[in-house]
Design a protein around this ligand. Structure first.
Ligand SMILES: C[S@@+](CC[C@H](N)C(=O)[O-])C[C@H]1O[C@@H](n2cnc3c(N)ncnc32)[C@H](O)[C@@H]1O
Ligand code: SF4
Ligand code: SF4
Length: 383
C-alpha cells in the first residue's frame, strides 16, 4: 500500500476536477534529462538550440542534484528518464534508474541505441525498465546517415536484435520495445517499409510521427510534401495491418514548434467557443532540463519557467505563466503553440472521474500500469 503516492494522485485529480490553475499536487510524471551530450547530430533535433542546454556538454547531471529530486520521485507515477541528448552517454545512467526505482516509480526512456552494447543490454534487463524507445527514422544505412549523422544503423539493428533475444529469454515482456520514425523529406520514401523492419527485429511496437520544425531554416530543409506524406502514412498503416505489427501514429502538428518560438504568453484567439480544454502535459508532467530548469513542455522550450533554486516544483508549477496557460485552456482560448497539440484534449468530467479512480487505485496498490496507453493524440493500428 502506497498512501503517499495515492494521496498525491488524488490531489492531482482534485486539482483538475476543481479546475485549479495553481495545482496543489506534485507532478504525476517527470521528464528528466540526465545529460545533454550526444554522439549524433540529427538534422531535426532541437538539442543545439535549447535554452536549457547551458550545461557543459560532457557533463551529465550530478548525483547530488539527482538525489535532491527524491520528494518528486517518491510521488510521481512515471519518469521519462531522458531529455535532449543521448541518455546512455551518462556512465551513471543505470544508477539513476535504480534510484528512481527505489521509490517504486516506473522508468521509460528513448535512446538512439548506438551505445546499447552487451553491458548496457544486461543493465536494461536487470533494472527491469518499463519501456524503451529506439529512434531509427530510417530502414537503410544510407538514409540513416543522412538523418542521423555520422550513422550506425547496422550496429543499432544488431544491438536491438540481441536485446530482444535477451529479453525474451529472461524477462518476458519487460521492457516494452518501441521503434520510432520521425517523418521528413529525406526519409519519407522509407516509412512504408518500417513495419517490416520492426517485425524482423522482433520489437513490440512501431511509432511513426511527423517532425516538428525548430526554425524556419529547418522547415525549409526537412519539410516533406504534404500529399506525399499523406500517401506514405496510408501505405504504412496498410503494411502494418498486413504484417500484424502494432503501429502508433502521432500526428503532431509540425507547425507547433515554430509557433511556440513566436509565443508571447497572453496572445490567444477563441478556438471553439464554450468548449473547455486541458493540457495533459502541463497538468500531469514537469519537464526538467539541465540541473533543475523547468519548461512548460517539450514544445515551448523558448520559455524557461524557473529553476529549482527559486522554489520547489509545486511553487514553479504555480507561477503566473503556468497558471495563465491552464486558465486559457480551460476557457477555450487556446494559445498559438497549443493549437493542434496532441496533449490538448477536451475537458470531460465523467471520463476524468473514471481515470481518477483507476489511477488512484494503481498508485495505492503500488502497481502502476497506466500512462502510455492513455496518451491522447495516438492512433493504434495493425494490432
Ligand atoms: C531528442 S531525442 C532524445 C533521446 C535520444 N537521443 C533519441 O534520439 O531517442 C527524443 C526523441 O525526439 C525525437 N525528435 C528529435 N527531433 C525531433 C523533431 N524535430 N520532431 C519530432 N521529434 C523529434 C527523436 O527522434 C527522439 O525519438
Ligand atoms: S540522437 Fe537524439 S538527442 Fe542526439 S541528436 Fe539525435 S535526436 Fe537529438
Ligand atoms: S498543449 Fe500547449 S502547453 Fe500543452 S504540451 Fe502542447 S504546446 Fe505544450
Amino acid at each position: 500500500m502506497d498512501w503517499i503516492r495515492a494521496w498525491n494522485t488524488f490531489q492531482a485529480y482534485c486539482d483538475l476536477l476543481l479546475r485549479r490553475t495553481r495545482p496543489r499536487a506534485y507532478p504525476l510524471e517527470l521528464s528528466l534529462g540526465t545529460s545533454s551530450y550526444c554522439n549524433l547530430r540529427c538534422i531535426m533535433c532541437p538539442r543545439e538550440g535549447h535554452e536549457g542546454n547551458r550545461m557543459p556538454f560532457d557533463q551529465p547531471v550530478s548525483a547530488d542534484y539527482f538525489h535532491g529530486l527524491a520528494p518528486y520521485l517518491r510521488r510521481a507515477n512515471e519518469v521519462s528518464l531522458y531529455g535532449l541528448g543521448e541518455p546512455f552517454i551518462d556512465k551513471e545512467y543505470f544508477r539513476k534508474v535504480e534510484f528512481v526505482h527505489s521509490f517504486g516509480t516506473e522508468v521509460i526512456l528513448s535512446t538512439n541505441g548506438i551505445l546499447m552494447d552487451e553491458k548496457r543490454r544486461r543493465e536494461i534487463i536487470r533494472t527491469n525498465l518499463r519501456g524503451l524507445g529506439i529512434s531509427l527514422d530510417a530502414v537503410t544505412e544510407k538514409t540513416y546517415s543522412i538523418i542521423r549523422p555520422p550513422g550506425g544503423f547496422s550496429r543499432i539493428v544488431e544491438n536491438l536484435k540481441a536485446l530482444v533475444a535477451m529479453r525474451n529469454e529472461r524477462h518476458g515482456n519487460r521492457p516494452l520495445i518501441a521503434l520510432s520514425f520521425a517523418m521528413m523529406r529525406q526519409n519519407l520514401h522509407e516509412v512504408a517499409a518500417f513495419p517490416e523492419l520492426v517485425k524482423s527485429i522482433g520489437a513490440d511496437e512501431a511509432i511513426f510521427h511527423t517532425s516538428l520544425y525548430m526554425s524556419h531554416a529547418m522547415k525549409e530543409r526537412i519539410e516533406p510534401d504534404a500529399e506525399l506524406q499523406r500517401k506514405a502514412v496510408a501505405e504504412t498503416i496498410e503494411n502494418a495491418r498486413k504484417l500484424n505489427v502494432k503501429l502508433t501514429y502521432w500526428n503532431l502538428d509540425p507547425m507547433t514548434y515554430l509557433r511556440s518560438l513566436e509565443y508571447t504568453g497572453a496572445d490567444s484567439v477563441p478556438q471553439q467557443a464554450g468548449r473547455s480544454y486541458y493540457c495533459r502535459h502541463v497538468w500531469r508532467n514537469a519537464m526538467l532540463q539541465g540541473e533543475g530548469e523547468l519548461f512548460p513542455c517539450c514544445y515551448m522550450t523558448n520559455h524557461r519557467v524557473g529553476t529549482l533554486e527559486e522554489g520547489d516544483l509545486r511553487v514553479l508549477r504555480r507561477k503566473p505563466f503556468m497558471a495563465e496557460l491552464r486558465e486559457l485552456h480551460f476557457e477555450g482560448r487556446i494559445p498559438g503553440p497549443c493549437r493542434n497539440c496532441p496533449q490538448l484534449v477536451p475537458y470531460r468530467r465523467k471520463q476524468l472521474l473514471r481515470e481518477a479512480w483507476s489511477e488512484i487505485r494503481s498508485a495505492w496498490k503500488h502497481s502502476w500500469n497506466g500512462g502510455m496507453e492513455n496518451k491522447t493524440g495516438e492512433e493504434h493500428v495493425g494490432e
